[in-house]
Write a protein that binds this ligand. Structure first.
Ligand code: GLP
Length: 261
């Protein structure tokens, strides 16, 4: 796990976008794992800018979103499929149907979960996965107690997550669905490179657990300590509880130029 601490969210986004752009150039048919939430937004903006300036194309790429609320109407603005389209996919050149998300409105939800796993497998797996982290240490919607071996399935959101996400529903916690479909921790662990972004002091405890805590289902993101290629991109506030912050800074500053993230 590599920890990179930068002064601004834009600096972090620039690093993450550069990884995706670099991969898109060497492997035009790359598979990107897309996250919702506020953390990856600046990365999407950077990728859209790069696309508009002609330095990157996604016309052969595919993308899979991490999760989806269950039961939001198809046209609901906070349905993650719509969020990803609005914030990213509509502004670049993905081919029609190249961006997929779990079917949170399917009549057969367990069947939709299996179909989603199969679609990721058929695409050859995720090359680069963007991730945020919840204040309770969830990644995607894998809440505390999630199995480290879990695959795409239905989950019940914690009250904390529903409160955190109420800001996307005009502050109404009751409007936040109780259930979701999420890629499992086992699914996410198969992504070849994980880029996790976290900003702000509200994330500091979850980040401390993720990087320096014991691996525990109580803090689901800690499973990433077992991932062979995870990059944790933090601003100063999100890194403020890290015991070895000074060391992570030294490592990054002394990193040889040829060695990318
Ligand atoms: C939601 C998403 C997660 C995201 C988390 C943090 O619960 N399902 O994928 O990481 O929110 O969101 P934010 O980046 O807005 O803090």
């Amino acid at each position: 796990m590599e920890v990179v601490i930068q002064p601004t969210a834009d600096a972090l986004a620039g690093l993450a976008a550069a990884v995706v752009e670099g991969l898109a150039r060497t492997k035009p048919d790359l598979v990107i794992g897309l996250a919702t939430g506020s953390s990856p937004l600046a990365v999407y903006r950077a990728l859209v800018r790069a696309h508009r300036s002609g330095t990157v194309s996604f016309d052969q790429a595919r993308a899979f979103t991490l999760d989806e609320y269950v039961g939001l109407p198809d046209d609901h603005p906070e349905r993650y499929r719509n969020v990803i389209r609005r914030d990213f996919a509509a502004h670049v050149d993905f081919a029609p149907g190249a961006v997929q998300g779990p079917a949170g409105n399917a009549a057969d939800l367990p069947g939709a979960c299996e179909a989603y796993e199969a679609a990721i497998r058929r695409a050859g797996g995720v090359d680069v996965q963007l991730l945020g982290i919840g204040t309770d240490g969830h990644i995607a919607f894998n809440e505390p107690g999630s199995s480290f071996a879990s695959r795409t399935r239905i989950k019940t959101l914690t009250e904390q997550t529903r409160r955190d996400n109420a800001r996307f529903f005009q502050g109404h916690v009751d409007a936040v669905p109780r259930h979701c479909i999420t890629q499992g921790l086992g699914t996410i662990m198969e992504a070849r490179h994980v880029l996790l972004l976290a900003c702000g002091s509200a994330k500091a405890e979850a980040v401390r657990q993720l990087v320096e805590g014991p691996v525990s289902a109580m803090w689901p993101a800690t499973i990433l300590q077992h991932h062979p290629h995870t990059t944790v991109l933090l601003d100063k506030a999100a890194a403020s509880h890290l015991q070895l912050a000074a060391y992570y800074r030294q490592v990054y500053e002394a990193k040889p130029a040829w060695q990318g993230l």
